[in-house]
Design a protein around this ligand. Structure first.
Ligand code: PHE
Length: 346
């Protein structure tokens, strides 16, 4: 066949070429431009043609090769685009990957619950420093000068050897003193916070724990008001059938003083191993603010009276969740902490 004809035929074929898929494009590339392809074959033939025709056909062949390469490239791109278009689409309605959320610490959950209950009763929240002085932790709270709680076995001292040493507060009653010193009367506050005591760490004791203490000072505040406030709190916290009982106790800053027990909500008072068979669980200390404490903060005990109470947050958490080893609350083991995740999903 004449080379001119062959070139024209191939050009015509290339012009009409259609490929439905990437596979077909590849087949066409092999057919025209592959090692044994039609265009390649013409280059072979070209070696044998008469020298005077080489110039003309050399040019034509090069153009043919260029055109064939361009056409294949064009078909390849079109087929590729089509392949992408036809690929299975992403389902945009599929749920996303969930991000692992942290959760609030159980101590934080219970502290917030206690705070929320007292806020409902109209109490404000007061906070104070964790590093305190002897005055706010002991002296103003009517601790006699050589009370054992001031000794090294209970208190972590930051600086010692002078009249008003700095120390880590052993209770948040120090915040109550600060409130009495600065706040106008009447006073109704709760003081949540972290406290420190020099105790050996065990299942039942820790050198760091949390308290919520409360203080109510006004004219004519009586022990009956204290009892009522504690009863309402206990029923909000542990359920509407909860009973309370008060046992006489002693604190330097309250007179009279009492320990408060709530009826065991696990055995309903029948006696179980959580309440050690007694039907009662101890939850807090309380009492009427000692007149000496009012005087120390410049409040006239002849005009005003008040009550105070204080509870350990971990203790309430232990009763709520029956986790009986205090150390779990401080070890930050994620297996333990994640147990409380659902309790915080609001
Ligand atoms: N401050 C006491 C404590 O740390 C608790 C308490 C507060 C008791 C107020 C009576 C009144 O244990």
């Amino acid at each position: 066949m004449d080379m001119k004809e062959a070139i024209e035929r191939i050009i015509a074929e290339l012009n009409g070429l259609k490929c439905a898929s990437q596979k077909e494009v590849e087949e066409a590339r092999i057919r025209f431009l592959g090692k044994k392809g039609e265009v390649t074959a013409l280059f072979e033939e070209f070696r044998a043609i008469a020298p005077e025709m080489k110039r003309e056909f050399g040019q034509k062949l090069n153009e043919l090769k260029k055109a064939a390469t361009a056409k294949i490239e064009e078909l390849k791109n079109a087929a590729e685009e089509k392949a992408v278009e036809n690929a299975p689409r992403q389902d945009l309605s599929m749920p996303g990957d969930a991000l692992p959320l942290g959760s609030r610490h159980p101590v934080s959950i219970v502290r917030q619950e206690i705070v929320d209950i007292f806020r409902k009763f109209g109490y404000d929240v007061a906070e104070g420093p964790e590093i305190e002085d002897d005055w706010h932790v002991f002296e103003a709270l009517n601790f006699p000068p050589n009370h054992p709680a001031r000794e090294m076995q209970d208190t972590f001292f930051v600086s010692n050897g002078h009249l008003n040493p700095l120390l880590l507060r052993t209770h948040t009653s120090s915040v109550q003193v600060r409130t009495m010193e600065t706040h106008p009367l009447p006073i109704r506050v709760i003081c949540p916070g972290r406290v420190f005591r020099n105790e050996a760490i065990s299942a039942r004791a820790h050198c760091i724990f949390h308290q919520v203490e409360g203080l109510y000072i006004d004219k004519n505040v009586s022990f009956a008001d204290l009892k009522q406030a504690i009863l309402l709190f206990a029923r909000e916290m542990f359920g509407p059938d909860t009973q309370i009982r008060m046992r006489p106790s002693f604190f330097p800053f309250t007179e009279p003083s009492a320990e408060v027990d709530v009826s065991c909500n696990i055995c309903k008072g029948k006696g179980c191993n959580i309440c050690k068979g007694t039907g009662w669980l101890e939850i807090m200390g309380c009492g009427m603010v000692d007149p000496n404490v009012l005087k120390a903060s410049g409040i006239d005990p002849e005009v005003y009276s008040g009550f105070a109470f204080g509870m350990g947050v971990e203790r309430i958490a232990m009763l709520k969740w029956q986790v009986n080893d205090l150390r779990h609350y401080f070890e930050n083991d994620l297996r333990f902490l994640s147990e409380f995740a659902t309790a915080t999903e609001v």
